[in-house]
Design a protein around this ligand. Structure first.
Ligand SMILES: Nc1nc2c(ncn2[C@@H]2O[C@H](COP(=O)(O)OP(=O)(O)OP(=O)(O)O)[C@@H](O)[C@H]2O)c(=O)[nH]1
Ligand SMILES: [Mg+2]
Length: 260
């Protein structure tokens, strides 16, 4: 029995959302990786796992706007009063990407020093790290290096996707923004992170940003699974997961013609 409600219509992704700035993007391809598109088409005949989930952690200095960013996207709300996150909070956001159900587990961590040790125990196993800084506070951009270093201690730097997000864009004048963006793009390039600038107050770029996070983590997740299932393949038969009683035939001939 499926106890989950259908995915909201505005959480359906049929195409790869584009990056904000080509200078600091995880990749600039126009569409999803052809192997991913192909595997998702085959999903209709059952060759890709049925339910995917990725853990995403959100880190950064206190009061940079991590909680407001998540709340703007998940609940479409904004609170102008600051309420510090104590330890961690958690939101689950469901999507459908290329016809496949996919969820982001969003871990909103505390920026306050005294809660940092609690929050850091939740860093492990992240597929994506979102490092937030305040576009109007250059120190918070400087501190992103330390936030990243701490988060990477608990994760595999070679497989995790990084996003550097400047918040509170509504508070900067265009001239101030241009100056800050220069430094932020440099930092993002050094970190090998994708750069975004958002406002949770106005909502600017918030939806576009999370859609990009969902799309890129989904893509990485499917590619990793295809690699694993390739290694697990015995003859022409693949078992999708240990508790899955169904065995699916791989469309190996079809793959040769439509996958890279
Ligand atoms: N003008 C403006 N204010 C914002 C924006 N985002 C957050 N704020 C304000 O900044 C303050 C801190 O926001 P939070 O989201 O609670 O900050 P946080 O990073 O979660 O802080 P910690 O939980 O302590 O780590 C609040 O007063 C928010 O209203 C924004 O986009 N624009
Ligand atoms: Mg918070």
């Amino acid at each position: 029995m499926n106890i989950l409600a259908p995915v909201r219509r505005d959480r359906v992704l049929a195409e790869l959302p584009q990056c904000l700035r080509k200078e600091a993007a995880l990749h600039v391809h126009k569409g999803f990786h052809p192997r991913v598109t192909c595997a998702c088409q085959e999903h209709r005949t059952g060759t890709v796992g049925r339910f995917k989930i990725s853990k995403v952690i959100v880190v950064g200095d206190l009061s940079v706007g991590k909680t407001c960013l998540i709340n703007r996207f998940c609940k479409d709300t904004f609170d102008k009063n600051y309420k510090a996150t104590i330890g961690v909070d958690f939101e689950m956001e469901r999507f459908e990407v290329l016809g496949v159900p996919f969820s982001l587990q969003l871990w909103d961590t505390a920026g306050q020093e005294r809660f940092k040790c609690i929050a850091s125990t939740y860093y492990r196993g992240a597929q994506a790290i979102i490092i937030v800084f305040n576009l109007n506070d250059v120190a918070s951009l400087e501190h992103t290096k330390q936030w990243l270093a701490d988060a990477l201690k608990e994760n595999d730097p070679s497989s995790v996707l990084l996003f550097l997000v400047g918040s509170k864009k509504d508070l900067s004048t265009p001239a101030q923004y241009v100056l800050m963006e220069k430094d932020a793009l440099k930092m993002a390039q050094e970190m090998k992170a994708e750069y975004w600038a958002v406002s949770s107050l106005t909502g600017e770029n918030v939806r576009e940003f999370f859609f990009r996070v969902a799309a890129l983590t989904f893509e990485a997740n499917v590619l990793a699974e295809l690699e694993k299932s390739g290694a697990r393949r015995i003859g022409d038969v693949v078992r999708i997961s240990s508790e899955d009683s169904n065995l699916y035939l791989t469309a190996s001939k079809k793959k040769l013609t439509c996958c890279r």
